[in-house]
Design a protein around this ligand. Structure first.
Ligand SMILES: [Zn+2]
Length: 205
């Protein structure tokens, strides 16, 4: 496991897959093995994510008594889609996958799960690796310093309801901005999806 900040990059040679890599270090494409030094991000998605991680941490601290928050989990992130590991006072751990969406995405009002990282090469996305306990999904305000709406989706409940056909995705989004990835979309108004929301007094609906 590494504890370095990471950013998401796409291979400039084959453009075949997007993946996370430590900031300021050489990256190697998992598909074509091309090695390059990506530009260090400035005032972009990376900064946005760093800021919103702090806001998410504040929410977690309001939900549980924590002794630790661990990010940049390396293989756990890559192979099991886990962005953050919370350690409770008791020592129990809670694994969370996170997605922070900018304000303009709010009009879609839907939970999106990356389906194929690259539909052309059939590279599986996070849908195939969802191992976290919860999925934190939040819409960010225009100033990008807090969440206007957020959910903690219980992934065990979600997976069971999806497996028996109770929850259906509304559609497959074929092209997410700035990547080739496709995504399964579930409207937040779907009462079956609402069964997956973690019940808690602090939970905003
Ligand atoms: Zn490549």
């Amino acid at each position: 496991m590494t504890n370095k900040p990471t950013m998401r990059v796409t291979c400039p040679r084959c453009k075949g897959i997007s993946f996370k890599t430590p900031v300021g270090e050489r990256a190697q494409c998992p598909l074509c093995k091309y090695i390059w030094l990506p530009d260090i991000p400035f005032n972009n998605d990376w900064i946005f994510n760093q800021n919103m991680q702090g806001c998410a941490d504040s929410i977690y601290k309001g939900l549980w008594v924590l002794q630790g928050i661990e990010r940049n989990l390396g293989a756990l992130d890559k192979e099991r889609s886990i962005d953050v590991k919370l350690t409770l006072e008791s020592g129990l751990t809670i694994d969370i996958q996170e997605k922070f969406r900018r304000a303009h995405y709010k009009e879609y009002w839907q939970f999106t799960v990356e389906y194929k990282n690259n539909p052309i090469t059939n590279e599986p996305g996070e849908f195939y690796k969802l191992a976290a306990n919860y999925y934190f999904y939040g819409y960010v305000n225009k100033k990008e310093d807090s969440f206007t709406d957020w959910w903690l989706i219980d992934l065990n409940v979600f997976k069971n309801l999806y497996a028996d056909g109770t929850i259906l995705h509304n559609y497959i989004l074929q092209n997410e901005k700035r990547s080739n990835a496709s995504a399964l979309c579930f409207n937040f108004k779907n009462p079956e999806l609402q069964r997956c929301f973690l019940r808690h007094p602090a939970l905003k609906k």
